[in-house]
Write a protein that binds this ligand. Structure first.
Ligand SMILES: Cc1cc2nc3c(=O)[nH]c(=O)nc-3n(C[C@H](O)[C@H](O)[C@H](O)COP(=O)(O)O)c2cc1C
Length: 507
């Protein structure tokens, strides 16, 4: 097919999302053959029913980022822009989460909170679930679960009842983030019977509520999390998403739910192309993380924002995680401009090789005290002990019986502090900054290079989000043209646009 559409105006036409493109062309056999591209708005890319159930306009979710990095301000910005933000409750003191809940639950926009599985602190997980129930939080992002837990089931089933028309109303919604099929299956299944029985025995729900709960999925939406910042299984999005999506179809049939099971995609999304690919695979919504940390609203330091703005694709690596250090669990972090991944790996190697701090060779220990800890290890243990005596005295008892556990707690002090030094922008500790980050960051920087979004101080979370979605819609339309054998001009590109320019295109 030939077409005169390869003109300088084609880019403009593709960007004018509200207008169809119609063009009379000639097919290979000389017969007339019309080219057509429908209007396509960013809000049409995902699952419209999902958006309307949640009360958002755009299928765009800002994922939870621990220690308030996905801050109150970030949740507000996304919410007022018609998207959904999750407050990063993990790793924060209970009172800080309570403050955020109080500030956000009466807001005029939907928002959610992270409910993270805490294998070391089951009481904290239960307390958070209770807080969310008592304060009327209607949406949580459940993450890091290896299996379902009683507090999570309690949250989901609280207030379940039948509507007058016979439908089941479940006021509390869970969007579960997983990177494995087995876990997706647990979340897409009804709550386990043993937990429902236990909740009935405890008087938390009635027998009738337990019967209703057996008819609903734990989570109607699962976010498939591919290679991302922070905790990740490094799965490729292209392989993970179709598997979880087909599981959703199978389980919806198997359980005969009255509601639709949906799958969103997270991990690696920070450009229009990545977002377009996610929606092309059928994602109900997309979720971003790394790119949001680089935005002005995030609860990190300007020093980290600057480092993130300079990050390239390969500047990330896996490093031991503070929370599951002994188990060898790793997280994806920034490696450019910090020595954290190497230093954390060194600590893990020492932990594996020795039974206690005293068996580490003197030269090695001196190096640790001078560079990593910048204090005698005895002082670090004194402070760590004081911390755990308040927070969880069982850790101290165990460390005093088991010197290897004491070593783990001391090493975990470094890993934990490294995240705080980064978040606070501690000037003398740049080489130790622990910054969770995935390859999406480098992809965004490459895309934004040379535009106003190159500067860290210009990166507003809603502007970035609008650009990713707007660009995804333009790209999707461009692909529709390509599939009709229309050549795009060599200089066709989707560039970051100011909010006003996007508005004008959508007018
Ligand atoms: C700094 C940072 C902190 C994060 N903390 C959490 C967390 O506490 N809970 C959680 O569920 N996900 C957490 N995540 C994952 C994000 O919510 C999101 O799923 C992920 O970043 C998406 O992939 P991307 O980094 O490739 O955009 C974190 C990610 C980053 C970058």
């Amino acid at each position: 097919m030939t077409s005169q559409l390869t003109t300088t105006t084609i880019g403009e036409s593709l960007h004018t999302l509200t207008q169809p493109i119609r063009h009379a062309a000639t097919g290979p056999d000389g017969s007339p053959c019309d080219v057509y591209v429908p209007p396509l708005l960013p809000e049409q890319l995902g699952d419209r029913a999902f958006c309307s159930e949640i009360g958002i306009r755009y299928p765009y979710l800002g994922g939870s980022m621990a220690k308030g990095i996905s801050s109150i301000a970030m949740v507000e910005e996304l919410g007022t822009a018609g998207m959904l933000g999750f407050f990063g409750a993990a790793g924060l003191p209970f009172s800080a989460v309570e403050t955020a809940v109080d500030q956000l639950t009466d807001a005029a926009f939907p928002c959610g909170f992270n409910l993270i599985h805490s294998p070391h602190e089951p009481d904290l997980e239960a307390a958070l679930a209770e807080l969310y129930i008592s304060k009327g939080v209607r949406l949580v992002e459940a993450s890091a679960f290896l299996a379902l837990t009683l507090p999570l089931v309690r949250y989901r089933t609280h207030g379940i009842h039948r509507a007058e028309n016979g439908g089941i109303i479940t006021p509390n919604r869970i969007i579960a983030k997983v990177s494995r099929e087995e876990l997706a299956e647990r979340f897409f299944s009804p709550p386990p019977e043993k937990f429902l029985r236990q909740l009935v025995d405890e008087g938390a729900i009635t027998a009738e509520q337990a019967e209703l709960a057996a008819l609903i999925p734990m989570a109607q939406e699962v976010t498939a999390e591919a290679d991302s910042g922070g905790h990740t299984d490094n799965r490729p999005a292209m392989a993970l998403f179709p598997t979880i999506a087909s599981l959703a179809d199978r389980l919806e049939q198997k359980f005969g739910y009255s509601c639709k099971l949906r799958v969103g995609l997270a991990g690696g999304i920070a450009t229009p192309a990545a977002a377009a690919a996610a929606f092309a695979m059928g994602a109900a919504y997309i979720m971003t993380g790394s790119v949001n940390q680089a935005c002005v609203e995030s609860g990190t330091s300007d020093a980290v924002r600057k480092m993130l703005a300079e990050t390239r694709q390969a500047d990330v690596s896996m490093a031991p995680a503070a929370d599951m250090f002994e188990m060898g669990v790793t997280v994806q972090v920034l490696k450019r401009g910090t020595m954290f991944p190497m230093r954390a790996a060194k600590l893990y190697d020492l932990y594996r090789a020795h039974d206690c701090l005293d068996s580490i060779p003197t030269a090695e220990r001196d190096k640790l005290e001078k560079t990593f800890f910048q204090a005698p290890l005895a002082d670090i243990w004194r402070d760590t002990k004081a911390f755990f005596l308040k927070r969880d005295p069982r850790q101290v008892e165990r460390a005093e019986r088991d010197p290897k556990h004491l070593m783990a707690l001391v090493f975990r002090w470094y890993l934990g502090q490294a995240a705080h030094w980064a978040k606070d922008g501690a000037p003398g500790r740049t080489m130790d900054y622990q910054v969770w980050c995935g390859p999406a960051m480098g992809a965004f920087n490459e895309w934004a290079a040379g535009s106003f979004l190159e500067a860290p101080e210009q990166r507003r979370v809603a502007t970035v989000a609008r650009n990713i979605q707007f660009g995804a819609a333009v790209l999707t339309r461009a692909n529709i043209l390509r599939y009709q054998n229309v050549r795009l001009p060599a200089d066709f590109a989707i560039k970051p646009l100011e909010d006003l320019q996007i508005k004008e295109y959508l007018a």
